[in-house]
Write a protein that binds this ligand. Structure first.
Ligand code: SF4
Length: 227
């Protein structure tokens, strides 16, 4: 397990959040390295490995364009300095992955809030979510994936929003089974997100959102061609 103040990072970039409740919010994305969950359709498979042969400098990672298995290790202070060096303007930080909840994110969240940022984390719900109370938590539950991890009840209970990728009816059933745990007040927002913008998946998501008063999440960044 990682030491609390060192994080392995696959990429850092500034863009606009394209999905879920924070769609449209300018954000600095911090993509943490490492994920054993094993979703077949994962679009960030390059973040899975924690193999040290891919450890490089932060300068090398920041100079790369496109997907890479390379990662760098950083302290919180070094990460904040990196934000300054790149003159990022966004005031919201999105901790994503990979599976960011493999790490204890509390020291990082605290330091970011202390610097005036808002913070959100995107997780599969298969790890304990170690964040500060103010952190916005998006759980995108990954059920029965190859890695054999279970979605945790405490992750559903911590979620501010649940964003579920759907392609077929069984994905809706999976979500309903998990929502039995969602007894928190206020209730989490529930979003359906069609997998890969497929036509059938989109039709299913729209129909189900209307029937259940859930919300539709589109990966808007893919429509306008930004990261
Ligand atoms: S949890 Fe996320 S990063 Fe990990 S395999 Fe699934 S989609 Fe990919």
């Amino acid at each position: 397990m990682q030491t609390p103040t060192e994080y392995k990072i696959n990429e850092v970039f500034e863009s606009i959040q394209g999905e879920g409740a924070l769609t449209g919010v300018p954000s600095i994305f911090v993509r943490l390295q490492g994920c054993p969950v094993g979703c077949a359709w994962c679009d960030t498979k390059h973040t899975w490995t924690l193999d040290e042969q891919f450890q490089v400098s932060s300068e090398q990672v920041m100079a790369e364009s496109g997907e890479s298995e390379n990662w760098f290790a950083t302290s919180i202070e070094q990460l904040l300095n990196l934000f300054d060096r790149h003159q990022y303007q966004a005031k919201n930080i999105i901790l994503t992955g990979g599976e960011p909840c493999m790490y204890d994110l509390r020291p990082l969240c605290k330091a970011l809030f202390d610097k005036g940022y808002t913070v959100s984390v995107e997780t599969s719900g298969t790890y304990e979510i170690k964040v500060t109370p103010e952190t916005w938590v998006t759980v995108s539950p990954k059920v029965d994936m190859k890695g054999g991890f279970k979605v945790r009840e405490d992750a559903i209970l911590r979620a501010n929003e649940i964003k579920h990728p759907v392609a077929m009816e069984k994905h809706i059933e999976e979500l309903e089974n998990l929502l039995v745990w969602a007894t928190q007040i206020p209730a989490p927002l529930v979003y359906l997100q069609p997998i890969s913008q497929q036509k059938r998946a989109t039709e299913l998501a729209v129909k189900t959102c209307i029937a259940k008063n859930w919300r539709l999440s589109l990966q808007t960044h893919k429509f306008i061609g930004i990261e």
